[in-house]
Write a new protein. Structure first.
Length: 290
């Protein structure tokens, strides 16, 4: 089976333009599982495109002028655990720590997590709450899509033929952010339910996203809008009744299924608890910074 090894963005665009049956491979941590289980297949006419040689895909740039963190799609999970990423997007670092084993985090990439379009994507859940965007590139040019709009269903996305994810742009938020998930064990587990909360002190806004409780990562808009007005930003507090109302709005936004990992009822209950705890934790941290 033929393998292409592009060494630049321009080279990658040319390879994809000339091959309609290309399979992009970065870390392969999801794709290889699919091959082993039979949910993914490689045909004789497929061209495997090894992305590891494209240095531009592995860049990390913290732009203070534009207040944005830019991550190449090939940045690996272990590269998200410290440095500028943890400083600018701590909830993405928290999500990265929950991904697989050290070996998985060494191989897997943030672009792969997005492209897989899984409703259980830990990194994607954090990115949706951070209101991140992805830059999609092809020989035709570039387009920018909100991460929340990238997946259209399980394993389905807006990515078009010849396109690839070049980078992720994450706005830098002044405030607090956190990610949490529940799994069937403490490590190396796909989430049963996950949530990310971003509390922006300067804009006095709240963004809530939910993972593993719908066909895609869910931006809980009604809950986020209610939280924005319910939180007393002067005192960094919220009434118990308003917090419970946010929990109910979160559960209303969820549309989980029963599967081998959990029931829909448990997922709905759990995601509300996760959001409640994150908001409480965030308000405490803003009120009493360490």
């Amino acid at each position: 089976m033929p393998i292409a090894h592009p060494d630049s963005i321009e080279d990658l665009k040319a390879v994809l333009r000339n091959n309609s049956a290309a399979v992009l491979l970065a870390g392969g941590t999801d794709f290889m599982v699919g091959l082993n289980h039979g949910s993914s297949r490689l045909e004789n006419d497929h061209l495997i495109v090894d992305l590891r040689g494209v240095a531009e895909l592995s860049t990390v740039e913290l732009d203070y002028r534009d207040q944005v963190l830019r991550l190449g799609a090939g940045v690996r999970w272990n590269d998200l655990l410290g440095g500028p990423v943890e400083a600018a997007a701590p909830c993405l670092s928290q999500a990265a720590r929950t991904v697989g084993s050290h070996q998985i985090r060494t191989a897997g990439t943030i672009g792969g997590n997005i492209a897989t379009a899984s409703p259980a994507g830990d990194g994607v859940c954090a990115l949706v709450a951070l209101e991140a965007t992805v830059v999609l590139t092809s020989h035709r040019g570039q387009r920018v899509v909100a991460v929340r709009d990238f997946a259209t269903g399980p394993k389905k996305s807006v990515l078009e033929q010849h396109e690839f994810i070049e980078r992720v742009d994450i706005p830098i938020v002044n405030g607090w952010q956190g990610y949490s998930k529940i799994g069937t064990r403490n490590a190396m587990v796909i989430s049963v339910a996950g949530a990310a909360v971003v509390l922006a002190s300067d804009t006095q806004s709240c963004q809530i996203s939910l993972g593993s409780v719908g066909p895609t990562i869910i931006a809980a808009e009604a809950a986020s809008l209610f939280a924005k007005t319910a939180i007393d930003w002067e005192t960094s507090s919220i009434s118990p009744d308003d917090l419970n109302q946010i929990v109910e709005l979160v559960r209303d936004a969820a549309s989980p299924i029963d599967d081998h990992r959990s029931t829909a009822a448990y997922r709905t209950h759990a995601v509300g608890i996760l959001v409640k705890r994150l908001i409480e934790q965030g308000l405490r941290a803003i009120k009493e910074p360490s």
